[in-house]
Design a protein around this ligand. Sequence first.
Ligand code: GLP
Length: 242
Amino acid sequence: MKIIRAKDYNDMSRKAANIISAQIIMKPNCVLGLATGSTPIGTYAQLVDWYKKGDLDFSEVTTVNLDEYKGLTRDNDQSYYYFMNDNLFSKVNIDLNKTFLPDGTEPDSNKACSDYNKIIADVGGVDLQLLGLGHNGHIGFNEPGMAFEAETHCVDLTESTMKANQRFFASMDDVPKQAYTMGIKTIMQAKKILVVVSGEDKASIVKEAFFGPITPKVQASVLQLHNDVTLVADEAALSLVK
Ligand code: GLP
């Protein structure tokens, strides 16, 4: 695993965006695996900036997102589709027909998940997967204990994840209780993985996930087994790592 130390959040965002840009320049028709959460927002903003300066072209890029809340429509401002549109898709020249997320409005979980697995297979798999890191070590919405063999599946969100998400909703009752997420198996099949982490509150999980034992209790620990992972983290997130 390659670790890139960034000074702060902005530096982390720029360095991560650099790696994504390199991927797009080297392979204009690449498949990017994208993530939501607050951490990658700066990375997307930097990509938009470079696009506006004429340095990046998204016209041939395909994207597949990690996850989506079950039950939220695309126009719900807390859906991950809305997030992606707001932070990236509407601001660059990407072809919306080449942007994919699990269908949160599909009530049949088996169908939603098998449809999404098929989409990922049809686009030829992911060239570069961007990941954030949950406080409990989750990636996508793969919560502690989930089998590493899982492909896209429907998850019951843990109490701690729902609490972490509560800040975005009017009340705890509005926080979705389930989500569709790529599984660890799907994520591990990406050719390259880029993890972005920022902040002191993530320091202990960074240490556990990347320097502790590989265990389903800490889903991100499986990334230690992938042969092309780059972790871009700021000083605060790396403060417990020598
Ligand atoms: C959510 C997302 C994850 C994300 C995590 C961390 O649960 N499903 O993909 O990595 O939050 O979010 P943040 O970057 O806001 O800490």
